[in-house]
Design a protein around this ligand. Sequence first.
Ligand SMILES: [Zn+2]
Length: 255
Amino acid sequence: MRVLVLTGAGVSAESGIPTFRGKDGYWKNLDPTKLATPEAFARDPQLVWDWYRERRQRIRSARPNGAHEAIARLAQRTDEFLLVTQNVDDLHTRAGIPAQRMVQIHGDIFVTRCSRSEFSERGGVGSPEPDMRGRLRSIAPTSENDVNLPRCPDCQAFMRPGVVWFGEQLSRNELERVENFIDGGACDVVIVAGTTATFGYIMDWALRASRDGAELIEVNLEETPLSRFATRLARQPAAIALPQIVDELINRGAL
Ligand SMILES: [Zn+2]
């Protein structure tokens, strides 16, 4: 069996992580789609870091839900499996998906990387790792305003969260991992959950992976551009729909 799962913000929302769209996503009356940009960081890195620190904190206190757990169970039962998630949180990882079976196409919020050079590290600002805190403290701020802003130990440029911002390119390495999986053979089951598929590549991957008559399952509360291609639609919260869908696939002996 070959299975591709694509997930988006809707899956994490059920664990209490606010999505970018709609009123819930607003932070201090600011629109997150305008904060998560290279322009916002260039203008006010402190503000952008404050927001990401809060998001990291919120994610740390959140727990994986039934959807994350069902996808992890599916991964365990499947020889050829890839999860592609738009989510930058670590809830899929905490539910038990190993890194080599998952692509975080929009990056990882717990990575801190240099805004100029290739330097990156896990953790960093707001990180619980004590060695990291010591290391950041040891880098002297250049002005009083920068006091809470981490700088790259190699080139002194500001460090930034390891996520893909609006207007930025997806990582070539991660794209290649998805393309290789899809080119490596048609899937038997493709599940698209909690993403509105408004990004063209989600649609493209779902359709290409299901090219040989795979079951194409969409889990979303609303209709999306992908809905008309789906062989099965679940208009329910992912944490309710996915455990049932995975049970059925297992009982049917498909896995
Ligand atoms: Zn650097």
